[in-house]
Design a protein around this ligand. Structure first.
Ligand code: NAI
Length: 342
């Protein structure tokens, strides 16, 4: 029901937007890393949102052309470009939602953790600027390893005295999108109806689809559970291998990130029925961060959906326990990095 209400609303607002040039709300969204493989299609999808009045595109290079190109689309939002560190602060002023897909992607044979050394520094720099220029904004972290970059962002915000755990999100929407697609295919369900919560983190076995909580209710054999779980966990690697050195998921990621942006904007706009999975500060387990479904409102996370973690199958219970050591280590690695830099 939650999924289909999301979809109905998205469809309705899309229909409305096609008939008018006025935005239905006037939120400002910034994309940091906007000239990249994810950044470009993500910027295009955000440009189509009727809830956005200004789209700020920031990158260290090549963003001028992207902005000029997008600015010709006859949708309401104004597109502004900001190139290089000297323009970053201006790009963030007055922004309601900051999306961060800046950083290097995986090549075949790499884990997400292999990206740590480069991306940790990029996320640190960008989040420092967010703290200085738009500390009230929702922050969506896409840059991998999300299991570490989100704790890094939290530490940086704490050091700056502006940390609001309700407004910091690691984007795991692509795991949900993949789970929904694969389950619908396997079970011959209408895609639009399927919603699978995915919990834990965003790397390998820390990605845990809770297939027993699939809506609509559907039963799986043990073999199907194993096959679907492994496929969802390795779906990113499937794309990395298919692209053979040219990067990781960009188009499906942009689609998923745009959905998460749209949900956040609806929440900011007062919609009281917005639920998404995200990697957030959490007390659902003993770990300080954990991905789960969350209810999002005007002030960010309003509630964690704890019921998803109750009444799990034995397979899922074991998988939750099995993912904790890796997730804990990735969180601690991020925290240690940020504290060492302080
Ligand atoms: P890309 O290399 O195509 O684009 C990255 C962009 O970031 C480039 O335009 C680059 O100029 C920019 N950039 C680098 N340093 C920057 C800085 N200091 N400030 C601003 N921009 C900077 O990479 P792609 O494919 O777009 O992936 C981006 C990130 O997203 C990677 O870390 C990747 O692992 C991650 N990712 C996350 C997913 C998720 O589910 N959360 C899924 C897929 C990728």
């Amino acid at each position: 029901a939650l999924r289909s209400s999301f979809t109905r609303k998205a469809q309705k607002s899309e229909q409305r937007s096609q008939y008018g040039l006025q935005p239905q709300a006037s939120f400002k969204v910034a994309v940091l890393g906007a000239a990249g493989g994810i950044g470009q299609p993500l910027a295009l999808l955000i440009k189509m949102s009727p809830l956005v009045s200004a789209l700020h595109l920031y990158d260290i290079a090549n963003v001028k052309g992207v902005a000029a190109d997008l600015s010709h689309c006859n949708t309401p939002s104004q597109v502004l470009e900001f190139t290089g560190p000297s323009e970053l602060a201006n790009g963030l002023k007055g922004v309601n939602v900051v999306v961060i897909p800046a950083g290097v992607p995986r090549k075949p044979g790499m884990t997400r953790d292999d990206l740590f050394n480069i991306n940790a520094n990029i996320v640190k720099t960008l989040v420092e600027a967010v703290a200085d220029n738009c500390p009230d904004a929702f922050i969506h972290i896409i840059s991998n390893p999300v299991n570490s970059t989100v704790p890094i962002a939290a530490e940086i915000l704490k050091q700056k005295g502006v940390y609001d755990p309700k407004k910091l999100f690691g984007v795991t929407t692509l795991d949900v999108v993949r789970a929904n697609t694969f389950v619908a295919q396997k079970k011959n369900l209408k895609l639009i109806d399927v919603d699978v919560p995915v919990v834990g983190g965003h790397a390998g076995k820390t990605i845990l689809p809770l297939l027993s909580k699939t809506k609509p209710s559907v039963s799986f054999t043990d073999e199907e559970v194993e096959e679907l779980t492994v496929r969802i966990q390795n779906a990113g690697t499937e794309v990395v291998e298919a692209k053979a050195g040219a990067g990781s998921a960009t188009l499906s990621m942009a689609y998923a990130a745009a959905r998460f942006v749209e949900s956040s904007l609806r929440a900011l706009d007062g919609d009281g029925d917005v639920y998404e999975c995200a990697f957030v500060e959490s007390n659902l387990t003993e770990l300080p961060f954990f991905a789960s479904r969350v209810k999002i409102g005007r002030k960010g996370v309003e509630a964690l959906v704890s019921s998803d973690l109750q009444g799990l199958t034995e397979y899922e219970q074991k998988a939750v326990e099995a993912l904790k050591p890796e997730l804990k280590a990735s969180i601690e690695k991020g925290v240690a990095f940020a504290q060492k830099q302080a």
